[in-house]
Design a protein around this ligand. Structure first.
Ligand code: PMP
Length: 405
């Protein structure tokens, strides 16, 4: 199917709405993507026709719901090229997946062990590990970044030692758009016997990763970043790791047998899926994956890189505008500031003009500290954005500059 942005936009009902009397221009896709009607319909269809609890009932509705939920797991498995369905754990999102692994690693780490994080992480991929280090006495080390917003891999080489047990990095930075060289990061960590967790929250909407080829130990992401609903995500873990990790939460679904003396745990993946999950969300996650694959990740990447290139060139024509994250490997995220103007003020004026961008520290305060700024304005583009929307953004930033300086 040829890529046709006008036709694609028809799938997204929200893109027809107005904000402050202007057509909505949604450029906050790194925070959450919009949802096509196929995804919205799959949620409505579930609640209208076969809402029931899963894995428990012999009745027809429960069977149908279980089949659809397990089908979604298979779609995720196929999409990310995962060897076994039981290596796909449904979570409530990226944050939940990271906490699950960090909690499990409490059993493996001791004082003197080391873990490595990158300088450009979302707080979700910092705080759970700091908590882990507090619990275990392990030491947290940081791969530094350069002025252009790329990781300094030479420094990574010096941080890795026989004591390194775990490395956790994002595939793409939400605040800068930098695509990190995760292949190299994983390979080097494995040379020291350390496991690697990749935070795929930002990459999943732009790149279709082959998790077996990457040989990554853990990969986490959220459905809502890839046109799916909020409150659902997935954790991939190599089976050997998932067998070793202790359960995260206790409850129904995750047990084999319970007596007051002793409980034995269910096999994978249910060992990590306590309680009634977000059934409709899981099913719609599968629908979102189908939807994106129908468009095709190559076509998505091509369109988004045109948007990125054009928006970067046009924004840089504005005097006093600085873009943060200028490495050559980046995705369609532009974080910027206009000299002398607070990012919040720019964002407020853009909103008045119907343009949704994110302002602030983007849950990545260490990056803002690095650049010694309170925050940035972040415009993040998806495959349903257009060149005309880029023009509108650039004009609006010029307008904000005229009004505020
Ligand atoms: N990591 C990155 C890189 C992110 O961009 C986000 C979401 N902004 C998260 C983690 C957390 O994702 P969630 O809030 O869906 O758990």
């Amino acid at each position: 199917m040829a890529f046709n942005v006008t036709q694609i936009r028809e799938d997204f009902p929200i893109l027809k709405r107005e904000v402050n009397g202007k057509p909505l221009i949604y450029l906050d896709n790194a925070a959450t993507s919009q949802k096509p009607k196929q995804v919205i319909d799959s949620i409505t269809h579930y609640y209208t026709h076969y809402n029931a609890n899963i894995h428990r009932g012999v009745h027809t509705l429960s069977q149908e719901a279980t089949d659809a939920y397990e089908q979604a797991r298979k779609k995720i498995q196929k999409h990310f090229n995962i060897a076994h369905g039981h290596e796909v754990i449904f979570t409530s999102g990226t944050t939940d997946g990271i906490n699950l692994v960090a909690n499990g690693f409490s059993s493996f780490l001791k004082t003197g062990d080391e873990v490595i994080v990158s300088a450009m992480e979302h707080h979700s991929n910092i705080v759970p590990w700091q908590m882990l280090c507090e619990r275990t006495g392990a030491l947290l080390k940081v791969i530094p970044m350069s002025e252009e917003g790329t990781l300094i891999l030479g420094e990574y080489d010096t941080l890795l030692t026989e004591k390194t047990k775990l490395v956790f990095v994002n595939h793409i930075s939400n605040a800068l758009g930098t695509i990190n060289p995760i292949e190299e990061i994983i390979e080097k960590a494995h040379n020291y016997g350390a496991a690697v967790l990749v935070d795929g929250a930002q990459s999943c909407s732009h790149i279709k990763p082959d998790l077996q080829a990457l040989d990554v130990d853990f990969y986490v992401t959220s459905a809502h970043k890839m046109c799916g609903p909020t409150g659902v995500g997935m954790l991939y873990g190599k089976a050997e790791w998932l067998h070793k990790l202790p359960p995260y939460q206790g409850g129904g679904e995750m047990i084999a047998e319970v007596t007051f003396e002793k409980t034995t745990y269910a096999d994978l993946p249910h060992k990590f899926e306590a309680g009634t999950p977000n059934i409709a969300g899981g099913i719609a996650f599968g629908t979102a994956i189908d939807y994106l694959n129908e468009i095709g990740f190559d076509a998505i990447a091509q369109h988004e890189s045109q948007l990125l290139e054009y928006a970067t060139a046009e924004l840089l024509k504005i005097p006093g505008l600085r873009i943060y994250g200028t490495g050559k490997d980046k995705t369609s995220v532009i974080s910027f500031n206009v000299e002398g103007i607070h990012p919040y003020d720019v964002g407020t004026i853009l909103d008045k003009l119907g343009i949704a961008v994110r302002t602030g520290h983007h849950c990545a305060q260490p990056i803002m500290d690095f650049y010694k700024i309170p925050g940035t304005v972040r415009a993040s583009f998806a495959f349903y954005n257009t060149m005309e929307e880029v023009d509108a953004l650039v004009n609006a930033v010029r307008q904000a500059q005229n009004m505020l300086s």
